[in-house]
Each structure stands twice: as structure tokens, then as C-alpha cells.
Write a protein that binds this ligand. Structure first.
Ligand SMILES: *Cc1c(COP(=O)(O)O)cnc(C)c1O
Length: 264
């Protein structure tokens, strides 16, 4: 680790990330990559067919310098304000920023300045505002359409029945490049309740791609379920805690649903 990075740990940092975050992130990353490759092989897929998107939400910016030192150059964040602040402080690192959480229309103007990908497109109003702001900057944005595959009221995303008509309208917003679909599965330790969410997203993709050949990717799977997601066809897995350690559980916001998973 570069000496200049080692001086700035608070006791809280050390309690959460240890004495050598770069080393532990790198070790965790190797393990996640090993599991991704193993899941690909189990599923009869090429081992390099899955993109790992590290999710950095709640990890403070000064700690993320150590993530960068560990070789991580793509950061997934679910809160625009947090992403924005980190982008400002870490501008020198050349990070690719991926916004993966629900976005309010009034935050679009910030997102378009620095995000390279948006995984939570879920309304035409948002599509319209994104397109308008992108057009003003003369840039395009890769987007994923979020689908609610678990039927839980706490989850964002389109109802599966509304997906095709939604995607049919996206050509009205030429600055948006729809690359695929995104979902958060049911939180459950029971794989046979989680799997149908991933399977549904894949089936939806299979029908949407016939009319929209660019919509090929599946952004699905997190620390607790990415191997299952890969077995069901994930192209991008969004993994936070398996790389950066557990998040503080008292902060319910940072769970993609409204409450921390019970594991049951
Ligand atoms: C937090 C989050 C993840 C990653 O969850 P982990 O449990 O940290 O792997 C994935 N997707 C979204 C949308 C998230 O908000």
C-alpha cells in the first residue's frame, strides 16, 4: 500500500475495514471472481461472460482510494448525492461511475455529468428528463430498465406486464442506450424462492430482445445471490458486501429494499 494512503484511518475505519483495506478488498475480490468463474462453469457459460460491478455505497471516499489501489475502477452507487460527493473528491482516479438505485427527476442534472451507466430506469418521466439533460451535454447514457420481479411493494421497478410497452417507447429518447434489464430479487435464504425472480427477468429479456436487439444484458445478483443469478443468466452482478464487508445495519436506507434482510 502506498504510504500516503495509510495515515488516514480512524478507529471506525479500522473496525470496519481493518488495517489494510487495499489488501482485504483485493483478497475478497479474488474470492468473488473465483466464485463467479465457478458459477459460470456450473452453468455451462464462458467464465468471462459475467461483468462484476463492485458496489461502493456507504464506503467512505478516503477508503475508496484503497479500493482503487486494489484494482477496482468501476464503482456502483445507489444514492446520487453520495455518488456525486465521491466523484468530486476522487476525480483524479478516473473511476467509471454506475448509478444503480432509484433516481428522482430533480437529480438527473447531476447524474448526466458523470455517470457512465444507470441501472434503475423505471419511468417515462425519468427517461424524458434524462434524454433532455443528456442532449444538452451532447452525450449518451447506457441504461438498464428496472423490473420488479418479486412483486414486493418495497421494491422499485416496472411491473413485468408493463415492460414491453415501456421499452417500445424508449426510441423517443435517443440519448438513452437501453442495454438490458435490472432487478433485485426477493431477499430470502431459500434459493428456490429467489431463483424465479432471476428466471423471470431472463424470460422478459428473451421476449424484449426480439424487438429491441440492443437489450441483451441482465443486471442481477448481489452478495447474497450472485451465484444463483449467474446460473440464471446474469450478465452483470452488483456486489458490495462480499468485497467491502458488511454495511452498518442500522442504516436501513442502504438496503436495496426498505428493511434489512432477515435471512429468512
Ligand atoms: C446495495 C446494492 C447492491 C449490492 O448489495 P450487497 O449486498 O452489498 O452486495 C446491489 N444492487 C443495488 C441496487 C444495491 O442498492
Amino acid at each position: 500500500m502506498p504510504a500516503s494512503l495509510s495515515a488516514d484511518f480512524s478507529p471506525e475505519d479500522i473496525a470496519r475495514f481493518g488495517n489494510n483495506p487495499a489488501e482485504s478488498f483485493a483478497a475478497n475480490l479474488r474470492e468473488v471472481k473465483r466464485r463467479i468463474a465457478a458459477a459460470c462453469i456450473r452453468a455451462g457459460r464462458p467464465p468471462d461472460g459475467v461483468r462484476l460491478l463492485p458496489v461502493t455505497k456507504t464506503v467512505p471516499a478516503h477508503i475508496l482510494r484503497h479500493a482503487h489501489a486494489a484494482g477496482i475502477t468501476d464503482f456502483g452507487e445507489n444514492k446520487l448525492q453520495e455518488a456525486r460527493e465521491k466523484h468530486e473528491v476522487l476525480g483524479d482516479l478516473g473511476i467509471c461511475w454506475h448509478i444503480i438505485g432509484h433516481l428522482q427527476t430533480n437529480k438527473v442534472k447531476y447524474l448526466v455529468r458523470f455517470a457512465s451507466e444507470f441501472h434503475a430506469l423505471d419511468s417515462l418521466r425519468l427517461a424524458q428528463e434524462l434524454n433532455r439533460r443528456l442532449d444538452a451535454l451532447g452525450r449518451d447514457l447506457d441504461v438498464f430498465v428496472q423490473v420488479n420481479t418479486s412483486g414486493e411493494a418495497s421494491k422499485f421497478g416496472l411491473h413485468p406486464d408493463d415492460l414491453l410497452s415501456f421499452v417500445n417507447r424508449l426510441p423517443e429518447f435517443p440519448r438513452l442506450k437501453p442495454r438490458g434489464l435490472m432487478t433485485l430479487a426477493l431477499f430470502s435464504a431459500d434459493a428456490e424462492r429467489v431463483r424465479p425472480c432471476f428466471r423471470l427477468l431472463r424470460e422478459l429479456r428473451d421476449s424484449v430482445v426480439k424487438l429491441h436487439p440492443g437489450v441483451t444484458q441482465l443486471s442481477m445478483g448481489m452478495s447474497g445471490d450472485y451465484e444463483l443469478a449467474i446460473e440464471e443468466g446474469a450478465s452483470v452482478v452488483r456486489v458490495g458486501q462480499a468485497i467491502f464487508g458488511p454495511r452498518p445495519t442500522d442504516d436501513a436506507y442502504y438496503w436495496p429494499g426498505l428493511t434489512a434482510p432477515s435471512g429468512g
